[in-house]
Design a protein around this ligand. Structure first.
Ligand SMILES: *Cc1c(COP(=O)(O)O)cnc(C)c1O
Length: 533
């Protein structure tokens, strides 16, 4: 071995060259700052054509600037969602405290699978999980959980526990015997289909319960469906309720669902299904649980207080569920991946436990310190706990209350402004979250009346199709006519989550996510719509 070459390599890549790292990081920060002066969106057009044709790598060892240069065009070409004009989805800017946490994590690169590979980082995970559990379940004795790669995986943990509850030993001998099913609402996220498919119960056995106009699961239909399934001899592994649907922020009645699953399972002498709340989007409502509505320290308007009050009552339902999915990387303004799967009672994780002989290189393992004994993943990054605790400590409970309430306030303002226009109809007027889904029809059309007719099923199919294509066409027209420097970017959904008579409702969508978005942005959305039609 050539000792000089080896030394050169280790000096360059395996020391912590502080000066070079700081220099490169400053350059990247400068690029981010420069991006702030440009309209959001594609800073640089994509070049997929040769991404596969020319995946060349350097032959000779280089330095850290080669690393920088290799990624820079893609870094520059990637929007960091730092613009206050991004309103299209549940994706927003990550906060700076989270950045501090994430960078600290990268410097140590802990592996959260076992205690010995991550030392105090594991403690940080326990702390972060407990902090989130206290916020969500409110009073809980033995919460436990883990950070995962995303909401999809967090939901998957819940599905797996449910299957093991009603079909014990499936982990070892696979699914056998009577049909196993899981239930969600029609507005649930598609990740539930993913888990049904991947866990082997099959997407056909994931049953969607229709929603009410507010995009919440219809409890009468849940109850009837459960009776029917038990009568057919099916085993109901889980009900995954949604707290904050992805498009319209519909909220399932968690306590109501709890009462029904208990009652119906008892009537059929069945094992109670695992009740999980997919709060990937809606969990931040829990920041408002302790907000004193009387003192109203943040000076919320009466209308906002009313919405916050409703959200608080809905969030009390979390106390009745077995487990929950939260995505800190969505409404928590944290970095990816920051999803957590949390159980209300620690012993429920026993359904996932591996035998120690199955994980030979963790022979000393204790599941309280070594999540590898029950996690889907083996190696797990520490980014979640680091970015979460840094964010929670930096922004604080009051800070999160202010930010969460502000997003709701902006959504309410836009809803009220749109609802005043004859040719517009807000489809989720009553839901208290940060998202607005709405129709814009050509001037002269009575959007509210058309909505009523669609819901009542009295509108001829051809008219409905015409109106729906007008909604889409006007959206595209706006897309083409906006001034990207000042106009917000909105998105379009082909089904907002409520399906009257089984008909998916297309809608324009605006999600308030950026704390710097303000009333001026709303003014421009509304005046733009008035000019459009
Ligand atoms: C985004 C989302 C998910 C999936 O989470 P990922 O982190 O994107 O995997 C699950 N449920 C809901 C309601 C979501 O909005």
């Amino acid at each position: 071995m050539n000792p000089d070459r080896l030394r050169h390599l280790t000096d360059t890549f395996f020391s912590v060259p502080k000066r070079q790292l700081v220099e490169i990081f400053r350059e990247l920060l400068d690029a981010v700052e420069a991006e702030g002066h440009l309209p959001p969106g594609g800073l640089m057009s994509r070049n997929y054509e040769t991404a596969q044709a020319n995946p060349e790598i350097h032959v000779l060892p280089g330095n850290l600037k080669d690393a920088r240069d290799a990624v820079f065009p893609f870094f520059w070409g990637t929007d960091s969602w730092n613009s206050d004009l991004h309103l299209e989805n549940v994706k927003g800017p990550a906060n700076a405290a989270s950045m501090v946490g994430a960078l600290a994590c990268l410097l140590k690169n802990p592996n959260l699978c076992v205690d010995t590979y991550c030392l105090r980082s594991n403690e940080l995970e326990v702390k972060a999980i407990t902090a989130l559990a206290n916020l969500i379940f409110y009073h809980t004795q033995t919460p436990w959980g883990v950070f995962t790669m995303g909401g999809t995986i967090s939901n998957l943990y819940a599905g797996k526990i449910g299957i093991e509850k009603v079909a014990p030993g499936t982990m070892h001998h696979g699914l056998t015997g009577p049909r196993v099913v899981g239930l969600v609402s029609q507005a649930a996220h598609y990740s539930n289909k993913t888990l049904a498919g991947w866990l082997g119960i099959g997407t056909d056995n994931l049953i969607s319960i229709p929603t009410a106009p507010d995009c919440s699961m219809r409890l009468d239909l849940l109850e009837a469906t459960l009776h029917e399934l038990y009568d057919q001899g099916a085993r109901v592994a889980f009900v995954i309720a949604t707290f904050g649907t992805t498009d319209a922020y519909g909220i399932d009645d968690l306590a109501g669902i709890r009462a029904i699953v208990e009652r119906v399972a008892r009537a059929h002498e069945a094992i109670v299904p695992h009740l999980h709340a997919d709060a990937a989007v809606g969990w931040t409502s829990c920041f408002l649980t302790e907000y004193d509505l009387e003192r109203n320290e943040l000076q919320m308007s009466d209308e906002l207080l009313e919405r916050v009050g409703r959200l608080r009552r809905a969030a009390e339902g979390f106390r009745t569920v077995d487990s929950v999915t939260i995505d800190f990387h969505k409404m928590g303004w944290g970095h990816y991946p920051g999803s957590a799967f949390i159980v209300n009672r620690r012993e429920e994780l026993r359904y996932l436990l591996r035998e120690k002989q199955e994980v030979p290189y963790f022979s000393e393992a204790d599941y309280r310190h070594d999540p590898a004994l029950f996690t889907l993943e083996c190696s797990r990054p520490g980014l979640g706990p680091y970015s979460v605790m840094a964010s929670l400590a930096g922004i604080g409970l009051q800070g999160y209350q202010l930010l969460t309430a502000r997003m709701i306030e902006l959504a309410s303002t836009l809803k009220a402004r749109l609802e005043r226009l004859e040719n517009c109809k807000v489809l989720n007027f009553e839901t208290p979250g940060p998202s607005v889904v709405f129709w814009v029809l050509p001037r002269g059309r009575d959007a509210k009346r058309i909505y009523e007719q669609v819901v009542a099923g009295t509108l001829p199919v051809e008219s409905r199709q015409r109106f729906f294509s007008e909604i889409r066409r006007l959206f595209e027209k706006r897309q083409q006519s906006i001034d990207p420097k000042v106009d917000a970017r909105l998105s379009f959904t082909s089904s907002m989550g409520y399906l009257p008579e089984g008909i998916p409702l297309p809608a324009w969508k605006a999600v308030f996510f950026h704390p710097r978005t303000d009333e001026q942005v709303i003014d421009r959305i509304v005046s733009g719509i008035e000019d459009l039609v």
